[in-house]
Design a protein around this ligand. Structure first.
Ligand code: GAL
Length: 722
């Protein structure tokens, strides 16, 4: 076996000639490690001979350098010399040091675990199979460390990660040697002080991100990838996907029923039955179920409802462009359908023209791009070949990202934002308007995935399909309404929001609360787009989610402090939404739960009462409510409980919680075009002042000469905390 050490010894005289920021080191004249710092707190490291094709190379991303440079400065909290790169047997080996107690987050869309230390993963795009082993819908090779930095391994290969498992003989902090015969404390997994990656390629680009805290690390990563997506406003309403063989008439009847019962609806999703043939697909309308597709789509638009269409990658022999696309397809089919090689411009053009003709030009608002993730028996195996010469492995890691990019571009050409669903993605897709979903349907694990999505620059929806009981139904509805897409996916079960009559009222209330929250959520997404802050986030990304302050105050001894112990535990069932809201869902069968409140005071969203302050509370909210808490001084603007978004300018009820003064910058734009990228947007500043006697005074101000698209100037303040 060949082992070549790639250190980054630095000849400063030479480096000074090259560039101030770059530190080039070429140990043998051929391979080496080169560090660059393109922006504050970001280091791009070229190791060996990186492949031209990587996770970002096909995505036309534009890093938001200005936003990164505007962030608080941050140093790399690890010694560069301790990050090691070697070439081993034609592969690239990378090692990061781990401290005692250091936590590692990220490394793909996991469903059962949030902390990855102690795990072995092979990052591989796949349909999630029930184990956190690296095979998942978005196996993003990016980790965030609790030390305040993160690393992205930019390779479209199946990367192996040993997250604090291997024990090296040159370890700086070796575990104690124990005798299994006599020592009951002997462990089959001794302590390991390193995080090791193996990339099956002769070189790779590694990008490091620093931050004052983990949230800043994630923000830098997202901004490096072009920032987060800003969905069209209608995308944040309520979605309903109808049974797969529904006809146009049945869809219309369903919409009428939503209206009659007062349920909100902004998007209808059509499943495979909209097409003349599916599995494999024609991407053309079925003339019996949808004889007049254009009229159908326009009727819905008149009702302010957008249409989203399902499809998957395989092209049917009966598709009108079958012969044209054939030369640009893979050696293997998906369910007998030809698989376009989306790395080829010809393939993209043929398919996009087809989509335009049958869908976009009719007014379709977006897609659900299914089954581009796995398994190996229905998606291509690694022996498949593609006419562009792209290896099957790299195509697998990139296919979902390629589909996201090309469909986004199609809408961009029309200056229209889209928002849809996808089953596969990877690093670099944070700016694309897609939310991941799957068939796994475990409510608790769906929330863990929602938490994990925030570390790796993707969005996830815990969609609702069916339930065994009305309790489960309501609990699922309560969480989906605090996620990137509030959606009932009734493709198989034909469920309706009112399917469980005994909780119809509560489901109605939570779906209308979702609508009321749109101004707040839209602002959270603007923060994602411009500042890289994930709109739904892990508690571990919340700066106040730490025990240090309490321990330092000496109020309690850290070892016995239940709060300190609680925040150290893996947090898989509580998350943040936007700047101010903390969501603590309950699952079927539960009547009470513990909630860990970060530092500072927190207030009950519904009543404004003090809930606690940097402590663990136990709550039993009853079935009707999902526990939601607001930060002290938190402002939450709510629009009326509308059932559709018809473009009318709306009044706002502006809620203020707690006793501190507050400020909220409410984002507004036209809600559907890309004009915001040219500066056509406005931040309304909402402030609440608190006088020494506790009196509160709220104000909304709009900068001079700026347009307001969504609000009519009627602002009512509600000071929720007496
Ligand atoms: C599944 C998908 C479902 C539904 C179904 C239609 O693979 O996850 O949401 O779209 O296909 O056949």
């Amino acid at each position: 076996m060949k082992v070549k050490i790639m250190t980054h010894f630095c000849n400063c005289a030479v480096v000074a000639l090259l560039s101030l920021a770059a530190c080039a080191e070429v140990p043998d004249g051929k391979t080496g490690v080169e560090w660059k710092e393109p922006a504050s707190g970001v280091w791009q490291i070229s190791v060996g001979k990186p492949e031209k094709l990587n996770l970002l190379s096909e995505l036309d991303l534009h890093p938001k350098w200005n936003a990164i440079n505007a962030m608080p400065k941050a140093e790399l909290p690890v010694n560069r010399n301790e990050i090691r790169f070697e070439e081993v047997d034609g592969k690239t080996y990378i090692r990061f040091p781990l401290d005692k107690g250091e936590k590692i987050f990220g490394l793909g869309l996991n469903f059962k675990t949030v902390e990855q230390r102690g795990r072995i993963l092979e990052l591989h795009v796949d349909h999630y199979g029930g184990k956190d082993n690296g095979r998942t819908h978005a196996p993003v090779p990016f980790f965030v460390s609790s030390k305040g930095y993160g690393a992205f391994i930019n390779s479209a290969r199946y990367i192996k990660a040993y997250v604090g498992t291997g024990v090296r003989k040159d370890s700086q902090n070796p575990p104690a040697v124990q005798d299994r015969n006599t020592d009951p404390g002997w462990s089959a997994q001794p302590y390991s002080d390193n995080l090791e990656f193996l990339v099956p390629a002769e070189g790779v680009e590694v990008v490091l991100f620093a931050g004052q805290d983990m949230q800043d690390v994630v923000r830098r990563f997202n901004l490096f990838n072009g920032g987060g997506v800003l969905p069209p406003k209608w995308g944040l309403g309520f979605w309903h996907r109808v049974p797969t063989l529904f006809t146009d008439r049945q869809v219309q009847d369903e919409i009428a029923e939503f209206r009659k019962r007062g349920f909100p609806l902004t998007v209808i999703g059509l499943e495979p039955g909209w097409m003349s043939r599916a599995y494999p697909c024609t991407y053309e309308w079925d003339a019996t179920r949808f004889p007049e597709p254009e009229k159908f789509v326009n009727d819905l638009l008149q009702k302010h409802i957008r249409t989203n269409l399902w499809f998957n990658p395989g092209v049917s022999p009966e598709c009108e462009i079958r012969d044209a696309i054939e030369p640009y397809t893979a050696s293997h089919t998906e369910w007998n359908g030809l698989v376009p090689d989306y790395r080829m411009p010809e393939a993209r053009r043929i398919m996009l023209d087809h989509f335009k003709k049958h869908q976009l030009d009719l007014g379709i608002s977006g897609y659900k791009m299914d089954e581009n993730d796995g398994y190996d028996n229905w998606l291509w195996p690694d022996v498949a070949t593609f006419p562009s010469g792209t290896p099957a492995e790299q195509m697998r890691q990139l296919y979902g990202s390629l589909m996201q990019r090309m469909t986004t571009d199609l809408y961009r050409e029309k200056n229209l934002r889209t928002y849809g669903l996808v089953r596969a993605g990877n690093a670099g897709t944070s700016s694309f308007p897609y939310v991941i979903y799957n068939d796994y349907y475990n409510h608790r694990d769906f929330i863990t995935a929602l938490i994990n999505s925030s570390f790796i620059g993707v969005l996830w929806t815990p969609e609702v399909r069916a339930s065994k009981t009305s309790e489960e139904w309501l609990r699922r509805m309560q969480t989906v309404c605090f996620s990137p897409i509030a959606m009932l996916d009734a493709w198989a079960d034909g469920t309706k929001p009112w399917s469980f009559p005994d909780v119809e009222k509560q489901v109605n209330e939570i779906s209308l609360l979702r609508m009321r929250l749109i101004p707040y959520l839209y602002t959270a997404f603007a923060d994602y787009a411009f500042e890289g802050t994930p709109p739904m986030r892990a508690m571990n990304l919340e700066p106040g989610y730490t025990a240090n302050e309490q321990i330092e105050k000496g109020r309690l001894d850290g070892t016995e402090n239940p709060y300190a112990m609680a925040v150290k535990r893996e947090m898989k069932d509580q998350f943040m939404v936007g700047e101010n809201l903390l969501i603590a869902p309950l699952f079927a069968g539960e009547t009470e739960r513990k909630v860990i409140l970060p530092q500072g005071r927190w207030y009950d969203f519904y009543t404004g009462k003090l809930a606690g302050e940097g402590e663990v509370i136990t709550v039993s909210p009853g079935l009707d409510r999902i526990p939601v808490y607001v930060k002290d001084g938190g402002i939450v603007p709510l629009c009326p409980p509308v059932t559709e978004l018809d473009g009318t300018k709306l009044p706002l009820e502006i809620r203020h919680y707690g006793s501190k003064p507050g400020t909220f910058r409410l984002y507004d734009d036209d809600g559907e075009t890309y004009n915001y990228e040219k500066g056509e947007y406005t931040y309304l500043t909402i402030t609440v002042d608190v006088s020494p006697d506790g009196g509160k005074q709220g104000k909304v101000s709009v900068p001079d000469g700026r347009q307001v698209w969504s609000y009519n100037g009627e602002y009512t303040f509600r000071y929720m905390t007496e």
